[in-house]
Design a protein around this ligand. Structure first.
Ligand SMILES: [Zn+2]
Length: 178
């Protein structure tokens, strides 16, 4: 089922999300929610979606980059479920890059993100896992885990003058700023 996406201004976008009780993960309702998050992310061509963006204040996010039409320089990222993720930054150097957000429709802006991080989380079967992500992959994870703390990429931008309407961005700004 495609879920309704909350936009900036809805209080849920600014509310820190609660951890998921691991005992809930295997329930049919929770598994259906995970499927709905994936379906909603794909429908709107996002590269990630966090539960607060569908009005649920819980620490769940999904990521997948396989059709990076809106992010032409992006590598692909396999479908990943992050439940109760904990992020540790492993490289504090930052990289500027363009971001958009389904909760801030039709906009793009340049935000700095740490280049490398380690994520520990539970997967869709409740299994603990961890991995290291770099560059665009690390950017998507920082964007989605920010949502779980009630933050959005606008909060990370150093210069709001890069903020662009998507249609104008496609004409003028396809090359990421560096
Ligand atoms: Zn977002």
């Amino acid at each position: 089922m495609i879920l309704k996406v909350a936009r900036l201004g809805h209080p849920v976008i600014r509310t820190p999300a609660h951890p998921v009780d691991p005992a809930q993960i295997s329930t049919p309702q929770f598994q259906r929610l995970l499927d709905d998050l994936v379906e909603t992310m794909r429908e709107y061509e996002g590269v990630g979606l966090a539960a607060p963006q569908v009005h649920l204040s819980i620490q769940v996010a999904v990521l997948e980059v396989e059709r990076p039409a809106n992010y032409p320089d992006a590598p692909s990222v396999p479908l990943t479920f992050l439940i109760n993720p904990e992020v540790t930054i492993t490289e504090h150097a930052t990289l500027d890059g363009w971001e958009g957000c389904l909760s801030i429709p039709e906009m793009r802006g340049v935000a700095p993100r740490y280049r490398e991080l380690r994520v520990k989380a539970l997967g869709r079967s409740g299994e603990p896992f961890d991995f290291v992500a770099r560059d665009f992959h690390a950017r998507v994870i920082q964007h989605e885990t920010d949502h779980l703390r009630g933050e959005v990429y606008l909060d990370r931008m150093r210069d709001l003058r890069t903020l662009s309407h998507l249609a104008e961005w496609r004409r003028f700004a396809l090359k990421p700023a560096t």
